[in-house]
Every structure is written in structure tokens, then in C-alpha cells.
Design a protein around this ligand. Structure first.
Ligand code: HEM
Length: 218
């Protein structure tokens, strides 16, 4: 126990916490994306999928519990690492660095908080239904289609999910480095892999608002 605590207190331990919680959250988003895309299979299929999820409240809440823990660990650890990095160089850099690492870190500092506010908005929109214009409890399909037919809502989702893509790209690349997969010979390939993963999730999520606006849903 003491060893686990001192490991998570170290910088390398914190990077592992970021990696493990990031992988758990990424797993959720892949499953979520696959679920969302069923909107293109029609009302019955999509509502059936939502009903199946809600028919198992114990499983749903166990899963939500793990996700909440992962989100809290991911955010708290990212703040601790940022504060630790800042404390390590109290003067700041004499000349601002434009290295890839600095750029990636800055991207995370911007995309992370945007994502946080997006998720709060998203939960109020589709889970707590307080921001939905005319919510139908048993018809998630209509809720999704009616929402994304409103251009400002679709645009806000498209922008937020593009931010999510940047976050996944830099997150995946730094995950490889944290796990020690870091060699000049493979770094180009790892960057391409991180980019491919980011493009996949961004396209999958953005497909829903874009598809609704394009009239692909009824
Ligand atoms: C355009 C993209 C997205 C669409 C259309 C979408 C759609 C939805 C819908 C319809 C629900 C309600 C599901 C239900 O009540 O059964 C939901 C819940 C949720 N979404 Fe999304 N989502 C998108 C992107 C994202 C992203 C990028 C994240 C996280 C990074 C996310 C996180 C969540 C969470 C945490 C929930 C609550 C799940 C639960 O009830 O336990 N969503 N989403």
C-alpha cells in the first residue's frame, strides 16, 4: 500500500495514472462513438440500444462509478503535474520554447478545460435533459435529431469534438512516451498512429451532427 502511494506521488507514477485513466476514458469514448453511430440505422435500432443500456441500472452505475473515478484521477493528476512542472522552473524560460513537447502541453492545457465544460454541457443536454428544447424520455432518437437540426448546437458539438481530437492525438502520443515506447526510429510511426486514432474518433463523433444536418436521419 505504502509502495503504491509513493509510486503515485512520483512524477513517473503520475504519468502512469494519466495513462491508465486516459485509456479507460478512451475505451468509453470508442464504445460511445459506436453507440452514437447507430443513429444512422434508424429510430428503432437507436432507441433499442439506449433502452438496453438503461435496462441494467446496477451495471450502468458501476460503469459510471469507474468513469467518474477515471475523470477525477485524470484531471487532479494533470493539475498536479502542471504545478510540479511550473515549480521546477520558477523563472519560466528566458526564451519561449517552440518545441513539439511545449506545443503539445499547451494544446492539452487549452483542450482539457474546453472538454471539461463540453462534458458538463453535454450531460445537462442529453443525460439530465435540462438544456434540451423538447425532451422525450423514451425517444432518444428524436432528442438527438431535434437537437442537431439546430445549427448552433451542431456547431458547438463539432468544435468541441475537434478539440477532443487534438486532446486524443497529444494524449495518445504522450502515452506512448510515458510507457517508454520512445525511440527516434519509431517516433514518426507513433505520431502517425496517434493521428490515425484521433482522426477516427473525431470523424466518428462529428458524423452525427454533420449527418443530421445533411438530412441523413429522418
Ligand atoms: C457528437 C458527438 C456526441 C454525441 C452525438 C453524443 C451523444 C450522447 C447521447 C445521446 C447521450 C445520452 C445517452 C443515453 O441517455 O442513453 C450521451 C451521454 C454521454 N456522453 Fe456523449 N455524445 C457525443 C460525444 C461525447 C464525447 C466526445 C464524450 C466524452 C469525451 C461524451 C461523453 C458522454 C457521457 C459521459 C455521457 C453520459 C453517459 C451515462 O449516462 O452514463 N460524449 N452522449
Amino acid at each position: 500500500m505504502a509502495t503504491a502511494v509513493s509510486f503515485t506521488a512520483s512524477s513517473i507514477g503520475k504519468k502512469y495514472v494519466m495513462a491508465v485513466s486516459g485509456i479507460a476514458l478512451f475505451g468509453f469514448t470508442m464504445a460511445h462513438m459506436a453507440g452514437n453511430l447507430q443513429v444512422f440505422l434508424g429510430r428503432e435500432r437507436f432507441n433499442g440500444y439506449a433502452a438496453t443500456l438503461h435496462a441494467m441500472p446496477a451495471v450502468l452505475w458501476a460503469f459510471r462509478g469507474v468513469m467518474i473515478l477515471a475523470v477525477v484521477a485524470h484531471i487532479v493528476t494533470s493539475v498536479q503535474l502542471a504545478l510540479r512542472n511550473r515549480a521546477a522552473r520558477p523563472q519560466g524560460y528566458a526564451k519561449k520554447q517552440s518545441l513539439a513537447t511545449t506545443y503539445a502541453a499547451r494544446t492539452m492545457v487549452v483542450s482539457g478545460p474546453i472538454l471539461f465544460f463540453y462534458i458538463v454541457y453535454h450531460l445537462l443536454h442529453f443525460t439530465f435533459n435540462t438544456l434540451h428544447p423538447n425532451y422525450e424520455v423514451t425517444d432518444l432518437y428524436s432528442n438527438v435529431v431535434a437537437s442537431f437540426r439546430q445549427v448552433p448546437i451542431s456547431v458547438s458539438y463539432i468544435v468541441a469534438n475537434a478539440c477532443f481530437g487534438f486532446h486524443v492525438f497529444h494524449g495518445a502520443y504522450s502515452l506512448f512516451q510515458s510507457l517508454g515506447v520512445n525511440h527516434p526510429r519509431y517516433n514518426g510511426a507513433l505520431r502517425s498512429l496517434a493521428m490515425a486514432i484521433a482522426v477516427l474518433v473525431t470523424t466518428g463523433f462529428i458524423a452525427v451532427p454533420v449527418g443530421v444536418l445533411a438530412g441523413l436521419t429522418k
